[in-house]
Design a protein around this ligand. Structure first.
Ligand SMILES: Cc1ncc(COP(=O)(O)O)c(C=O)c1O
Length: 399
């Protein structure tokens, strides 16, 4: 008899949460203006998205997407290799290369595909990758797909990275250090200067997944490598358009030579349909808007400062994050669900992060901020969190 999936641990857990009315996933959004959403007819302040620049609802961005649909239709119906390559894709790649300060950029259909395709292409059977233990799931999956060998180093721990380099890299043809630029759950920033110093010492390549840094960090959001003034030292820089760039898609950038290799060997690029015209035009319009409007980044960082100080004043432990991602330490998984539920009932949309995404006992609520959040909405969020802390006994320190 076939074994059913219903008895699996993951389904048991989901059922248990549903039974107690604590299931926090797949909430259907009925309407959105970016920084607020409507769910079951009720308005909620959105502090659970990655729309850092708030550009999903910018009039110029929306207009560009509509015009692209009118000119090119709704989809490309094929891979860039074959029938799915528009002049729009090539123009965007040139624009992105200039913006990032790299020789060449390639756009993929999602960020996940960018990591899967590039890493599996560049880490062959004689190569190895050294992998930060808190890297995103798409990098973990890419390491499973690649024929090379993977070694983990402790999160953002440069001694641990050097130990792994020392122990392993001489046995392989190529070594690639792979890490997020801004880590997605806790918002901490990669120690890129030290990574590059070690990469030079051990003759390794540097691969940065800057999904949460692109659009946010550095001058006009050029990313983590720009934040440190090290764009020319990063060999492979990955970004996604599903966060600051208000759409869907991904970008890989680096030297012409390396990008030409990726373009002709990344299977998720070659064997999957290209980004739709409206998405390409959206990203291009976001770049134009960022270029001419400094207030977007000014508002973002002002909102981040306001929330960081507000949470500190209330007494939450926020992991010293220096990015728009501000995690709130809760501890227990079930409590994180209960707090999320409480916040949701009070009109605040955010997401719990529980095991296995974080170690047991380190559950958190991931909150994140946008340039377009209104101060009164953010103050409302702080007031709700203050009540939650008192009523639900949320700890002030990590233990
Ligand atoms: C660090 C990181 N890398 C890659 C991805 C995948 O990006 P996308 O959503 O564009 O597939 C994400 C998305 O959550 C991410 O957070």
């Amino acid at each position: 008899m076939r074994k059913s999936y219903a008895g699996s641990k993951i389904i048991q857990k989901a059922d248990m949460l549903r039974k107690h009315n604590l299931y926090p996933f797949f909430r259907a959004i009925e309407a959105s203006d970016g920084s607020t959403v409507t769910i079951s007819g009720k308005k909620q302040v959105m502090i659970g998205s990655n729309n850092y620049l708030g550009l999903t609802h910018h009039p110029e961005v929306q207009e560009a997407a509509i015009k692209a649909i009118e000119k090119y239709g709704t989809g490309c119906t094929g891979s860039r290799f074959l029938n799915g390559n528009l002049n729009l894709h090539e123009e965007l790649e040139e624009k992105l290369a200039r913006y990032l300060g790299h020789e060449q950029a390639i756009v993929f259909s999602t960020g996940m595909q960018t990591n899967l395709g590039t890493l599996s292409a560049i880490c062959g059977p004689k190569d190895c990758m050294l992998f930060d233990s808190e890297n995103h799931a798409s990098i973990l999956d890419a390491s499973r797909l690649a024929f090379g060998t993977t070694f983990k180093f402790k999160h953002n721990d440069m001694d641990s990275l050097e130990e792994q380099l020392e122990a392993n890299c001489s046995r392989f043809q190529r070594t690639i250090i792979v890490a997020d630029g801004v880590f997605s759950m806790t918002g901490d920033i990669l120690n890129l200067p030290k990574v590059i110093e070690l990469a030079k010492k051990y003759d390794a390549f540097v691969y940065v997944d800057d999904a949460h840094g692109l659009g946010v960090m550095g001058n006009k959001g050029r990313g983590t490598m720009d934040h440190f003034g090290l764009a020319d030292q990063v060999d492979f820089n990955m970004g996604t358009f599903s966060k600051s760039f208000a759409s869907i898609g991904g970008v890989m950038s680096g030297t012409k030579e390396n990008m030409d290799y990726v373009k002709h060997s990344a299977r998720s690029f070659m064997f999957s349909a290209s980004m739709p015209p409206s998405a390409v035009a959206t990203v291009s319009a976001c770049l134009d808007v960022i270029e001419k409007d400094d207030t977007i980044h000014e508002n973002l960082w002002e909102n981040v400062r306001f929330m960081r100080e507000g949470f500190k004043e209330i007494g939450f432990y926020t992991y010293e994050s220096k990015t728009p991602i501000i995690p709130i330490f809760i501890g227990d998984d079930l409590k994180a669900m209960q707090v999320t539920n409480y916040l949701m009932e009070q009109g605040v949309f955010c997401t719990p992060v529980i095991t296995p995404a974080v170690p047991k006992g380190e559950a958190l609520i991931r909150t994140s901020y946008m340039a377009s959040h209104k101060k009164e909405d953010l103050q409302y969020v702080l007031d709700v969190f203050k009540r939650a802390k008192k009523e639900m006994e949320i700890p002030s320190i990590m233990h």
